[in-house]
Design a protein around this ligand. Structure first.
Ligand SMILES: [Zn+2]
Length: 301
């Protein structure tokens, strides 16, 4: 069983969902992020958040995958301050929805004053709603941005066990772990952190508090990055328990602190019934629906 705790599934296809399920992915976490083009109206954020906690959960479940979200204002769009202020007002509504396991992904992109302002405001919000935090670290100035993210989190008095610092590399990993945080690693198919390098990280740092994810989105990325890394770790002689912790259990323990995700969700899942509709719509486009036996016999509604 595998959890991908960072994937932007709205940008992926049903083929991806089928392949992920076949590769052992039982649950995913989808953090709110920007969509390649900045939004210009609050309604675009509202509909996006509603999709994450609504239709996308339904769509994933149609392929046997349990879907959870992190809701937040991403760092890039924090730079449109008038709009960001409006987003802050609607966040509490969506953070209270079922299956929302964290405030995220939040943090720094360019480390501007506006980014800093809304990162801090959302850390305060996380304390208020008592949810873990998923932190996006910048791709430029990675080391400085990662250290500064942790400094700010500490200023706001959030304990590290409630925070996943994501998009780490070999250079940021030690400090993140030493300071007591969960350390997320995004596996990129061609550049940055590849799965070969990830195997070496686990060999060097072990498996405690290390989490592997795909961050697959609308860009060049791989929705099978986590199962592929698990397979490569196995091939390279990493212990089964270390593989289980980094590709499943640690994510569950970190985000399980929300009380919104538990193993029982996929060990005793509702049966798949692709005849089910979401507000009158199906995912099938005229294809033959997949219906689990229990659903068909009416044992599970
Ligand atoms: Zn992301």
């Amino acid at each position: 069983m595998i959890i991908d705790p960072h994937i932007h599934a709205v940008s992926r296809t049903t083929d991806d969902y089928e392949a992920m399920s076949a590769a052992g992915v039982v649950a995913i976490i989808e953090p709110a992020f920007w969509q390649g083009q900045p939004r210009t109206k609050i309604g675009s954020f509202e509909d996006y958040f509603a999709t994450l906690v609504g239709f996308e959960r339904f769509r994933a479940a149609q392929f046997g995958i349990r879907h959870y979200s992190a809701i937040g204002l991403n760092s890039k769009e924090a730079n449109n301050e008038p709009l960001a202020e409006q987003v802050m007002e609607i966040l509490p509504l969506y953070l209270a929805k079922e299956g929302v396991v964290a405030v995220g992904e939040i943090g720094y992109d360019d480390m501007t004053a506006a980014e800093d302002r809304f990162f801090r405001a959302q850390l305060e919000l996380a304390k208020e709603v008592e949810l873990p935090v998923m932190v996006h670290t910048p791709h430029r100035n990675k080391e400085a941005g990662t250290s500064r993210s942790m400094d700010v989190i500490e200023e706001h008095g959030i304990p590290p066990h409630l925070v996943v610092i994501d998009h780490n590399n070999e250079r940021t990993c030690k400090e993140v772990l030493d300071r007591g945080y969960w350390a997320g690693f995004t596996i990129y198919p061609k550049t940055k952190m590849g799965n070969e390098r990830m195997v070496e990280v686990v060999k060097q740092f072990g498996s405690e508090r290390i989490i592997v994810d795909s961050s697959a989105d609308w860009g060049v990325s791989d929705p099978l990055a986590v199962p592929k890394t698990a397979n490569l770790m196995k091939e390279r002689g990493v212990a089964e328990e270390d593989i289980r912790l980094t590709t499943y259990q640690n994510a569950l323990d970190a985000y399980g602190q929300s009380g919104q995700i538990s193993e029982d969700d996929w060990l005793n899942p509702p049966a798949i019934d692709q005849r089910t509709l979401w507000e009158g719509n199906s995912v099938l486009r005229g294809q033959e629906p997949k219906v689990d036996e229990q659903a068909d016999s009416g044992l599970i509604e």
